[in-house]
Design a protein around this ligand. Structure first.
Ligand SMILES: *[C@@H]1O[C@H](CO)[C@@H](O)[C@H](O)[C@H]1NC(C)=O
Ligand SMILES: *[C@@H]1O[C@H](CO)[C@@H](O)[C@H](O)[C@H]1NC(C)=O
Length: 381
């Protein structure tokens, strides 16, 4: 719908400009009618071409996104039914509701619903000022300044990658022991901290993810893509941007990363990944992207926040996102080259690092150490 508006707006401006430059003499009525019609269809055709071409340059795509955003903003708050729940998944959703909702009238789940939390630091203008193509959202504990500094010195350093603006931001909750003043200072220096007022614990990672989605939807709607990436990762941002700019990579409803199929839910109580049946009754998770680093088109965050009201949160954030995606009637997409998303770290290999997008590392020291070597001049392979 936004596209149509954009087309007619532009058409109007063009028509006005044309009117100004038309010769003042009066042509015969029939001819002028005919010319007008011809001109109009030409304009419609040009507008159609401009907005249907998938090889649009970034500034064009960006303005298109803005148009879509404006439309989206106007229609807010969206009624949940505004989101298309695929008929195939309605039955699944109903089954989930039956099994998990203790009081049927309490259809909304608020534990992880990000609007119930308040931003302590939000850097609300950072996207408006920078107009990023890609936003890297890194969940990290408040006290983990070493991890943040390592990322700021390595893959989070460059603001322009492959000609596109990339922002790296850190997302924190509250921690009883953290030094508020120090964090504020850190933020003043880097403008890259987002903090919400939920308790920052392992079990609350789903809240953190939904806060990330809320921030992207409300504070950064103009970005084209975003990634949730853990702080213990090596990230090859060049390769990521190259992947996102490949023809055929969707601009909407796109979620990719390392795909997890048919994973069983852990029911052993002493596991870190234990999920009780009353939180998630099914024996297996829907397909999801591993939480170490998943990439998505930036239209998804608003949809995820909206649909999350209907899905009981459980503490496995990546599987929860998989669940939300499924209820939205969507599914994660395999990356163009799945071998670029690696979830292990055998030993450092300069050549391999030049090909991957993600790699799990052992520590922040390792990140700096590998990065320093990786950035040395000379061929990688
Ligand atoms: C959409 O709304 C957000 C938050 O309310 C605002 O920051 C942004 O500028 C709006 N975008 C447009 C294109 O109107
Ligand atoms: C999660 O955060 C909420 C809000 O701050 C808090 O009440 C709750 O205790 C936290 N849960 C865990 C398991 O840490």
């Amino acid at each position: 719908m936004g596209d149509q508006n954009a087309g007619s707006d532009e058409g109007l401006v063009l028509r006005r400009q044309l009117a100004k430059h038309l010769p003042p003499q009066k042509p015969p009525v029939f001819l002028s009618c005919f010319q007008g019609l011809l001109m109009l269809s030409l304009l419609v055709f040009v507008a159609f071409l401009a907005f249907s071409d998938t090889t649009l340059s970034w500034p064009e795509t960006f303005s298109l996104q803005k148009q879509y955003q404006r439309f989206f903003n106007q229609s807010r708050p969206l009624h949940p039914s505004a989101y298309l729940i695929h008929p195939k998944h309605k039955a699944f959703l109903n089954k989930m509701k039956e099994k998990t909702i203790p009081n049927p009238e309490g259809l909304r789940y608020h534990e992880a619903y990000p609007h119930n939390y308040r931003f302590v630091m939000e850097n609300a203008e950072v996207c408006e000022v920078n107009s990023p193509f890609l936003v890297l959202m890194v969940p990290v504990a408040p006290k983990d300044v070493l991890a943040r500094d390592a990322i700021r010195a390595t893959w989070g350093k460059d603001r322009v990658v492959q000609g596109e603006t990339v922002l790296t931001l850190f997302v924190l909750g509250l921690d009883k022991s953290h030094d508020v003043e120090k964090l504020q200072q850190e933020n003043q220096e880097h403008d890259d901290l987002i903090q919400s007022n939920f308790l920052d614990t392992y079990h609350n990672l789903t809240i953190k993810t939904m806060v990330i989605m809320d921030w992207l939807a409300t504070r950064c709607p103009g970005a084209a893509y975003a990634m949730k990436v853990d702080s213990d990762m090596f990230l090859n941002v060049d390769n990521l941007v190259i992947m996102l700019k490949k023809p055929g990579i969707p601009h909407n409803n796109y979620l990719t990363g390392m795909l997890m199929w048919n994973r069983p839910v852990v029911r052993s109580k002493n596991s870190k990944w234990y999920v009780p049946e009353d939180l998630y009754p099914e024996p297996r998770y829907p397909t999801y992207t591993l939480g170490m680093g998943y990439v998505f088109s930036n239209d998804l965050p608003a949809k995820l926040v909206e649909v999350s009201k209907f899905i009981k949160p459980f503490n496995i954030e990546d599987a929860y996102i998989g669940m939300c995606i499924k209820i939205l009637g969507l599914s994660p997409t395999s990356p163009p080259d799945p071998s670029q998303f690696k979830a292990y770290n055998s030993k450092y290999d300069r050549c391999e690092f030049s090909k991957v997008i993600t790699y799990i590392l052992g520590s922040s020291e390792q990140l700096i150490h590998y990065w320093t070597d990786y950035k040395k001049p000379g061929p990688h392979c």
